[in-house]
Write a protein that binds this ligand. Structure first.
Ligand code: CA
Length: 225
């Protein structure tokens, strides 16, 4: 089992290397994001331990770049700040798991072993319906093969629609799966976002992908390019 540790704090990196080697792993260390990306691209690892704050290329970007190359090596991100934002972003850019610094070595090893058991095989498939294609792992969305930039919320709504093609999805369902549980505003915020989406994916293509089903919600309709 070979592990890549991408960490610029020299002491932490060598502590991790020694500790993981004692656990029987083969360990490579990269001291910056660029080198980490290069090593993860050239060699095959069973897992990558990736710090976020790194010189040259930060951990989010290393992770996003690997996923963009369809490299699904299990990635455990080390988050330094104690913000949930960090962790959400780590998972958003394609990390499989995260650990908040400072962490205990035993917990790190447990997380790594769990990740490696799960392996690199279980990735969300690309969703497509007619002229629409959404890649949940890369967070990419295209209409007629043309990339369309969606905000994270717009992306979640499209993902929900595309996982239920042809079904009526209610505003409440959209709100519950695409907004934070702490959101206590008006359910009509959904309408606002549907309008944004229509401006991006319907108006420029003169198509009606998102149909309003009066009193029930919305339905995604298939169009061919
Ligand atoms: Ca760092």
């Amino acid at each position: 089992m070979r592990i890549l540790v991408v960490e610029d704090e020299v002491e932490l990196a060598s502590y991790l290397k020694r500790g993981l080697e004692r656990e029987g792993f083969v360990v490579d260390v990269a001291g910056d994001g660029e080198l980490g990306l290069q090593m993860a691209t050239t060699n095959t690892y069973n897992a990558v331990v990736l710090d976020i704050m790194l010189p040259k290329l930060n951990g989010y970007r290393v992770c996003a770049e690997l996923r963009a190359q369809s490299n699904w090596v299990p990635i455990l991100m080390l988050t330094a700040k104690d913000g949930e934002y960090d962790e959400a972003e780590a998972l958003d850019t394609g990390a499989d798991d995260y650990l908040r610094k400072p962490f205990s070595f035993v917990v790190l090893v447990a997380h790594l072993r769990a990740l490696m058991r799960r392996g690199a095989g279980s990735r969300p498939a690309v969703l497509s319906l007619g002229d629409l294609v959404l890649d949940p792992a890369k967070r990419q969305f295209t209409v007629d093969g043309e990339p369309v930039a969606l905000t994270p919320t717009e992306m979640s709504i499209m993902e929900l629609f595309m996982r239920h093609p042809g079904d009526v999805v209610s505003k409440t369902e959209i709100l519950e799966s695409c907004w934070d549980w702490a959101y206590e505003g008006d359910v009509n915020i959904v309408e606002v976002y549907i309008r944004y989406l229509r401006k991006k994916i319907d108006v420029p293509y003169a198509r009606k992908h998102i149909e309003t089903v009066r009193g029930a919600g919305y339905r995604l309709v298939e169009h061919r390019g």
